[in-house]
Design a protein around this ligand. Structure first.
Ligand SMILES: Nc1nc2c(ncn2[C@@H]2O[C@H](COP(=O)(O)OP(=O)(O)OP(=O)(O)O)[C@@H](O)[C@H]2O)c(=O)[nH]1
Ligand SMILES: [Mg+2]
Length: 221
């Protein structure tokens, strides 16, 4: 079993490297959004797409076991989107992303946001060729999640704590969650926001703008 797993991961890594080179050739920023089901990935994407209309060209690959529901939400928010259904699979793999890109045909210099299957475990192990993983943790899930699911928080560059509008109703310590995440990954960046109320979104938008800009300046020297 271990031998097979190692081979699957090695094959995926090779295909992810190909995606990464493809993004670099097109001066594209690609980000991989991961979280447990329902943390608010699609809601955050919808809002981000609407707020960046006319500023950044954003397109989306949507990963779900079943349905086109999230793809339709993203299209309604104004961005091109392709749905990838994994069936019994619990995560996206690099070859699915490559096939999705053939249909999506994202523009040169654009931003690709990949919403992974809702799952705090498996997507941590699969590189898709993205610049960074962004883990969304909502306040209804408990502030202990970073230490209980360490691989995901170790793999992420940024943690977005979502649904802070619900903080009065739950026992969630924002500082505690950040502490827990930094125990696993001392360098992880952290922000808290509400995709519903809009509170805290400005910091996320500045981060996204900065990443998009550095993608292009790194590549153009
Ligand atoms: N109160 C509150 N609800 C939110 C917020 N963000 C998302 N939600 C709600 O949380 C639920 C799940 O949101 P989605 O955006 O579908 O979550 P998701 O992570 O895309 O879910 P999957 O794709 O199934 O993994 C929906 O009912 C959203 O309206 C928020 O900031 N505050
Ligand atoms: Mg979703």
């Amino acid at each position: 079993v271990i031998e097979l797993e190692t081979r699957i991961l090695a094959k995926n890594d090779a295909l992810a490297a190909r995606n990464r080179a493809w993004f670099a050739g097109r001066e594209m920023l690609a980000l991989n959004l991961v979280s447990s089901p329902g943390a608010g990935k699609t809601t955050l994407l919808e809002r981000t797409i609407r707020d960046f209309a006319g500023e950044l060209a954003i397109s989306v690959l949507e990963g779900d076991q079943a349905t086109d529901l999230d793809r339709d939400r993203i299209r309604a928010a104004g961005a091109p989107a392709i749905q990838l259904n994994t069936g019994t699979g619990c995560h996206l793999e690099a070859d699915m992303v490559a096939r999705g890109l053939e249909q999506l045909r994202p523009a040169f210099g654009s931003v690709l946001l990949i919403e992974n299957v809702g799952n705090l475990v498996c997507p941590a192990m699969f590189d898709l060729g993205e610049r960074a993983k962004i883990v969304v943790l909502s306040v209804t899930e408990g502030d202990d999640k970073p230490v209980k699911y360490p691989h995901m928080f170790a793999a992420a560059k940024l943690m977005l704590i979502n649904k802070i509008d619900l903080l009065p109703h739950v026992d969630f310590g924002v500082e505690r969650a950040i502490d827990h995440a930094r125990r696993i990954n001392p360098g992880i960046e952290a922000m808290y926001l509400s995709a519903r109320s809009g509170e805290g979104l400005a910091a996320w938008y500045d981060w996204l703008r900065h990443e998009a800009k550095t993608t292009r300046s790194t590549l153009t020297g």
